[in-house]
Design a protein around this ligand. Structure first.
Ligand SMILES: NC(=O)c1ccc[n+]([C@@H]2O[C@H](COP(=O)([O-])OP(=O)(O)OC[C@H]3O[C@@H](n4cnc5c(N)ncnc54)[C@H](O)[C@@H]3O)[C@@H](O)[C@H]2O)c1
Ligand SMILES: [Fe+2]
Length: 371
């Protein structure tokens, strides 16, 4: 059994200037980023690379339409390296551009195009959530099919995942919160996955500690208290990425996809909306199994007894980001059946990683409890 694989080399720099000098950015590079991230950190360096700003190609989380438009603009150049600097949206879109055959993207996602990597891929995260820089997954919304789909293939692993904490200085609190809660959920779900190993647990444990201790500090001192902790959070999301890249994520992600897809709720926020419901269902279904280990990790940090672990965790998370009930997004009770159906029929790749099997009745009951 494979216990751990980390494909990209992980590089770290104190500043963007140091990074740009070390990798020798030149005219053979294509940088994909956001203008408001690039200008303050790289603008004054006058780099020779071509730079494309993702926001010019569409708003929100990534879609095939956005990626097709970007690809149309980059086709006229020939590049040796793709350097993506941004949140999960930018990293996921850019991953597919390291391939020789990209378009039509629907064909790529239907696996009709041969997967051949012909460019070096450097991924630099600017949020503290997805861990996408170390995973082999690129999730796009396929607009014509009204669904999000992940392309998971070793050909889209980065060659280098780059940690530069100063990039997170301008990350607004809202995105700090939704992305870091995603990382916490990656750690939690990977720990309880049947594919977890002592190695993935090591990374998940460490990520959980960094995130929860950081949240406690922020809950006590306010939003600005996150500033000295941004490196911890960036490392935590990377650790959690390594954990779930190997062990997978389960019901929380599976149940958040119908919500995210139907109501365009950002990924981390949609996960957060279903997280407490799944935790409580797991705890009720099998309180004596491996969940005890995870509960102990959380209790030790929060300083609480196991009987109240999920109530205390919810209290802490609520101080960081308010969780909305499903109806606040516009979801109707009738739709809970469609959401449940989606989970049971389309999210099997994820639900295979559940701590305990959840049948349709259990999934519906979780949605009801969150309604
Ligand atoms: N491939 C994977 O392994 C994986 C895992 C989890 C999630 N995802 C995907 O990642 C996406 C979500 O990524 P995300 O949570 O990082 O959010 P995001 O990339 O959508 O970014 C959220 C917002 O923050 C802004 N932003 C990002 N970094 C900033 C910075 N440093 N300063 C100022 N603004 C900044 C972005 O422009 C955007 O408006 C989803 O599409 C999700 O499906 C992928
Ligand atoms: Fe996630």
């Amino acid at each position: 059994m494979k216990m751990l694989s980390v494909r990209p080399v992980i590089d770290g720099y104190d500043s963007c200037q140091e990074f740009a000098g070390a990798v020798g950015i030149d005219e053979n590079d294509l940088i994909i980023t956001n203008e408001y991230i690039y200008q303050p950190f790289f603008g004054k360096l006058n780099l020779k690379a071509r730079v494309l700003y993702q926001e010019k190609y569409g708003l929100g989380e990534p879609s095939d339409e956005m990626a097709e438009k970007l690809y149309a603009d980059m086709k006229d150049g020939s590049y040796k390296r793709i350097i993506a600097i941004g949140g999960g949206t930018i990293l996921d879109i850019s991953k597919i551009f390291a391939l020789k055959n990209v378009s039509p993207i629907l064909d790529l996602y239907d696996r009709k195009l041969p997967l051949v990597k012909d460019k070096t891929l450097i991924l630099v995260p600017t949020t503290c959530g997805t861990g996408s820089e170390v995973t082999n997954i690129a999730i796009l919304e396929l607009k014509s099919r009204h669904t999000k789909l992940g392309l998971a293939a070793d050909e889209i692993y980065a060659d280098s995942a780059v940690i530069i904490p100063e990039l997170l200085n301008g990350l607004p609190f809202k995105f700090f919160a939704t992305s870091s809660v995603d990382a916490l959920i990656h750690a939690y779900e990977s720990f309880l996955s049947p594919k977890s190993t002592p190695y993935t647990e090591l990374f998940a444990d460490k990520a959980t500690g960094l995130i929860l201790k950081g949240y406690m500090e922020i809950a006590a001192k306010g939003e600005e208290a996150r500033k000295p902790l941004l490196k911890d959070f960036l490392m935590a999301s990377n650790y959690a990425g390594i954990a779930f890249g190997n062990a997978g994520v389960g019901a929380v992600h599976a149940m958040s996809y119908p919500l995210g897809g139907a109501y365009h709720v950002p990924h981390g926020e949609a996960n957060y909306a279903v997280f407490p419901g799944v935790c409580k269902a797991y705890q009720k279904a099998d309180p004596k199994g491996k969940i005890k280990v995870v509960n102990k990790i959380i209790c030790d940090i929060l300083g609480c007894r196991e009987e109240v672990v999920y109530a205390e965790l919810e209290k802490l998370l609520e101080k960081i980001i308010r969780r909305k009930a499903l109806h606040e997004y516009g979801v109707t009770r009738a739709e809970l059946d469609d959401f449940t159906d989606n989970v049971m029929t389309r999210q099997g790749r994820l639900t295979a990683n559940n701590y305990v099997p959840l049948d349709a009745k259990a999934v519906k009951a979780i949605y009801e409890s969150l309604f």
